[in-house]
Design a protein around this ligand. Structure first.
Ligand code: SF4
Length: 274
């Protein structure tokens, strides 16, 4: 998705104060490692932008330009989309950097990879052709069973209310694994769409833009959640909300430590990070 940043999670100003809201991204972040969440979202320790994150943001910005143009009758030509990509690549690097490029060659490769996956999307059967319901729509909804509002920005909502989330990826995803990995995010989108419109979307979609030598566009579509899946998602969100409110922040080591930029801070943790 274009990385529309979550609004910073508000730090509870007193013990057991609930956060202002919860997003699926913040909840997944908290549930993945609560101490990493604390360093990144509560203390807001600055981090260099990873090349993959920078590229993902730029690809999403280019797609956003295209989708808005289709929606509002703007310039949806490949040239205009390419220009949008070029502009965002430079401005994000300047305004949200530094990006941790290994060297100039790596930067140039990432730049070219992004252009190729954007072009692949524009040429793909799944490219948006008809006017959508919404582009980059930010929702904030009260959900039964959740102590705070649920928030989220959906990349694209098609006319039939199907939410679509775009992912850039280095390798071809396994559909079942991808669906499982992104279940919380997609079910949250369903919950918010249902609350906002009173209707259930007929599907929940992911579209992977794969940066292989020949770029690939891989759709993954899952059925809308039944009551059990919705309740599971709400319970996960509420677990994060209560953990944040009660300031339960501790190391949760795992494979994700390999790409965690807070390993130094984590190593100094003595149980009193909160
Ligand atoms: S190094 Fe691992 S355990 Fe420590 S904060 Fe990062 S993700 Fe969590």
């Amino acid at each position: 998705m274009i990385a529309v940043a979550d609004p910073p999670t508000k730090v509870p100003d007193k013990v057991h104060a609930l956060p202002d809201h919860i997003s699926p991204t913040a909840a997944k972040d908290y549930l993945g490692c609560s101490l990493r969440f604390f360093f990144g979202r509560v203390l807001a320790i600055p981090q260099a932008t990873s090349p993959a994150l920078h590229l993902g943001k730029c690809v999403h910005a280019a797609l956003q330009h295209y989708h808005l143009a289709v929606w509002r009758g703007g310039d949806a030509s490949p040239e205009a989309v390419t220009q949008a990509y070029e502009d965002i690549f430079m401005t994000m690097e300047r305004d949200e950097g530094p990006v941790s490029w290994k060297d100039e060659k790596a930067r140039n490769k990432a730049h070219a990879d992004g252009l190729r996956v954007v072009a692949a999307y524009l040429d793909s059967p799944g490219v948006l052709k008809e006017s959508p319901k919404a582009v980059e729509v930010f929702l904030r909804e009260e959900i039964d069973g959740l102590s705070v509002p649920l928030t989220g920005a959906i990349d694209l909502v098609r006319q039939d209310l199907v939410p679509v989330d775009f992912k850039t990826s280095a390798s071809k995803p396994d559909p079942a694994t991808a669906a499982f990995d992104h279940e919380l995010q997609l079910v949250c989108y369903q919950l918010m769409i249902e609350k906002a419109t009173g209707k259930t979307p007929p599907a929940l979609d992911l579209l992977f833009l794969v940066k292989t030598k020949t770029p690939q566009v891989i759709p993954v579509s899952i059925a809308p959640a039944d009551e059990h899946r919705k309740q599971r998602a709400v319970k996960m969100l509420e677990t994060a909300v209560q953990g944040i409110a009660e300031e339960r922040f501790h190391p949760q080591p795992g494979m994700h430590c390999s790409w965690c930029s807070f390993r130094n801070e984590c190593g100094k943790w003595k149980g009193d990070a909160a």
